[in-house]
Design a protein around this ligand. Sequence first.
Ligand SMILES: [Zn+2]
Length: 149
Amino acid sequence: MNDSACKACVGAWPRSDHFIADCRLTRAYLHEDQFFPGWTVLVLKRHATELFHLSRDERSSLIEEVSVVAGVLAEEWRAVKINYELLGNQLPHIHWHLIPRLAQDPAPLEPVWRITHEPTRLAPDTLTSRLERLRKVWPGLMNHSPLRS
Ligand SMILES: [Zn+2]
């Protein structure tokens, strides 16, 4: 069930040109700010605002999906750490920010929200190649995980 007042439900966020792939319970997008390379957002396909609103099975599958995608991002970007952010203050629709933190991170002890920076918007050709690179690893991900229903 979708909520017509919700930006995620109506497709107003994240940007559709940043769409990576469909997972089982979520859709994956590159975040439009790539200051932290590989910053990805997983948006639940149905409207829900809290983890405790999900069924136990749905919640279990979701955390599995988040974990598998995080593993792919960690490998792709050789991340030192993945940050998992599920806030929903600004957009109350379950969406997970998965943020690879790399060796050259400007402030590795801080959450990304506290690091002042100019947003990095990818040039169209860079965006396209980054999405294609991720899609190449996504099918393997879908075949070897519970993401496939
Ligand atoms: Zn929604």
